[in-house]
Design a protein around this ligand. Structure first.
Ligand code: HEC
Length: 253
């Protein structure tokens, strides 16, 4: 199909081009703000600072990862640890007073003392760094691998509300950008592929929110599709802006 237009957006009257330019720039700003908002919104989902894939898994699928420290002890590491001290540590890590009881004198032997005596010959910060194993030298190090992480996914009701808001607005926004892009003087076929990237990206992104509830492998779909949607849309908006001001004379044929 060839559109009977051909002149591109640069043939529009100056006022319309100024208006469209402003709207396109605001839309680009909105895309950037969405990205920043997403990081703020999800960065603490996995109970650890900094944004990572676990945050997205936590939000859309839920996360259940046992404490690294407890797991190692339960698996019999280190072999040299006396059984009674192992039970004290495991009991301490299974309770809800990990911080309070770390050096508590109420326990038979405080966990801090056991860790100092039984682990430090191999788990100082220096040794840990050179061997790629966790450090157990300071409580901050120990704390970071002591807690199990159980993250509930976003409740279905909230996901439905979010889908309702995003599916309706983002699809229509995508259509507007797509239509404008098709009205530019850029080759329709090339613009078409970027449109495909944007449209299928949005479908994969929002579809992934629901599929990820069943399997965490769909979290990758969310991230890749979300990126495809954003990159596709930003590219189309850029193409529209360039076309608005390309300064070519209107076609006379
Ligand atoms: C003789 C040296 C040695 C001692 C003593 C030792 N570790 Fe280790 N630890 C290692 C090595 C080597 C590894 C990495 C290989 C492995 O997982 O066995 C490791 C790994 C670990 C890990 C990471 C496991 C994982 O899956 O990544 C934890 C947690 C750990 N040790 C805790 C402890 C605790 C707690 C103690 C004391 C109660 C202790 N270790 C005593 C040498 C030691």
């Amino acid at each position: 199909m060839k559109m009977e237009w051909g002149g591109g957006l640069s043939t529009l009257p100056l006022g319309a081009r100024l208006g469209l330019t402003g709207l396109c720039i605001v839309l680009l700003g909105g895309l950037a703000a969405s990205f920043q908002h997403m990081i703020y919104h999800y960065e603490n989902r996995d109970e650890r600072p900094e944004f990572s894939v676990d945050d997205v898994v936590g939000a859309y699928h839920g996360l259940n990862s046992p404490s690294l420290l407890k797991e190692a002890l339960e698996n019999g590491h280190p072999e040299t640890l006396p059984a009674d001290q192992r039970s004290i540590l495991i009991e301490w890590l299974s309770g809800s007073r990990i911080v309070e009881d770390y050096d508590s004198l109420d326990l038979e032997i405080p966990p801090a003392e056991i860790l100092d005596e039984q682990c430090l010959q191999c788990h100082t910060r220096d040794l840990a760094e050179s061997q790629g194993i966790p450090s157990l030298e300071y409580f901050d190090d120990i704390k970071s691998i002591s807690f199990s992480r159980e993250v509930e996914p976003t409740p279905v009701k909230i996901l439905a509300a979010s889908t309702h808001a995003h599916a309706l607005s983002m699809s229509v926004q995508g259509m507007m950008v797509l239509l404008l892009a098709l009205l530019t003087a850029w080759p329709t076929r090339r613009i078409g592929w970027i449109c495909a990237l944007m449209g299928l990206g949005l479908m994969g992104d929002i579809g992934g929110w629901w599929l990820a509830r069943y399997s965490p492998s769909f979290v990758m779909l969310i991230m890749v599709s979300g990126a495809a949607y954003s990159v596709g849309q930003a590219t189309l908006i850029g193409s529209i802006l360039l076309d608005l001001w390309r300064g070519k004379k209107p076609r006379t044929d």
